[in-house]
Design a protein around this ligand. Structure first.
Ligand code: XMP
Ligand code: MG
Length: 183
C-alpha cells in the first residue's frame, strides 16, 4: 500500500518509497566499495528490517550472504521496554566472517548495543552496522553506525517494514500516524 491508500491513518509522509530506494542505492554502492574482496554476511533484524535487507542486497552489485535474527525490545506500543530478548538466533556461524548488521531503525540504540555485544562475542572478522533510519535525538546508548540511510525526528514512524501494533509494515512510504490511531 501507499500513503494515499490509508491517508486518514497518517499524519505526514517523511520519506516516499522513491526517496528511500534512491538512498538505499547510494548506501549499497558504498557497501560494495567498502567490502571489495570481502563477501559480507548481512544480518537482518526481523521483522522491521525485512524491506531494508531485501532492497539493500538487491541494490548491491557484489556477492553477499544473508541471515536473520529476531529480537524484541518493544511490546505492542511505541516505547522501548528496556528489555532485549533473542527470539530467533542466526543459523550461520559468524566466527571469522565479515558481518554487517542491517537494521530498520535505531531509536535509543539499546537494541543495537545489545546485538553488537552479543555478536562481537562470536568473534567475527569484522562487525559493522547499517540502519535505514536513525533518530539522533533519541539515542542514549552510543553505538557506532557505519551506514545510515536517513536521520529522522524523534517521532514514532511506520512503513517500509516498521509497524505499529503489527500493522503498516507493508506501507511503501515512511510516515507518522494520526493521533486517533493510537487511541
Ligand atoms: P531502540 O530504542 O532499542 O529501538 O534503538 C530499536 C527498535 O525499536 C523499534 N522502533 C520503532 N519501530 N517505529 C517503529 O515501527 C519507530 O519509530 C520505532 N522506533 C524504534 C524498532 O523495532 C527498532 O528495531
Ligand atoms: Mg527492529
Amino acid at each position: 500500500m501507499i500513503a494515499v491508500d490509508i491517508a486518514s491513518d497518517l499524519d505526514r509522509v517523511l520519506h516516499t518509497e522513491q526517496q528511500v530506494l534512491t538512498r538505499i542505492a547510494e548506501v549499497a554502492a558504498q557497501i560494495d566499495a567498502d567490502y571489495e574482496g570481502r563477501e559480507p554476511l548481512i544480518v537482518g533484524v526481523l521483522n522491521g528490517a525485512m524491506m531494508t535487507v531485501s532492497d539493500l542486497t538487491r541494490a548491491m552489485t557484489s556477492h553477499c550472504e544473508v541471515d536473520w535474527m529476531a529480537v524484541s525490545s518493544y511490546g505492542s506500543g511505541t516505547r522501548s521496554s528496556g528489555v532485549v530478548r533473542i527470539l530467533k538466533d542466526l543459523t550461520t556461524d559468524i566466527s571469522g566472517r565479515h558481518v554487517l548488521i542491517a537494521e530498520d531503525i535505531v531509536d535509543t540504540g539499546l537494541t543495537l548495543s545489545y546485538l553488537v555485544k552479543n555478536l562481537r562475542n562470536r568473534e567475527p572478522a569484522s562487525l559493522e552496522v547499517m540502519t535505514m533510519f536513525r533518530k539522533p535525538d533519541a539515542m542514549t546508548c552510543p553505538v557506532n553506525l557505519k551506514y545510515v540511510g536517513f536521520d529522522i525526528p524523534n517521532e514514532f514512524v511506520v512503513g517500509y517494514g516498521l509497524d505499529y501494533s503489527g500493522r503498516y509494515r507493508n506501507l511503501r512510504d515512511v510516515a507518522t500516524l494520526a493521533p486517533h490511531v493510537y487511541s
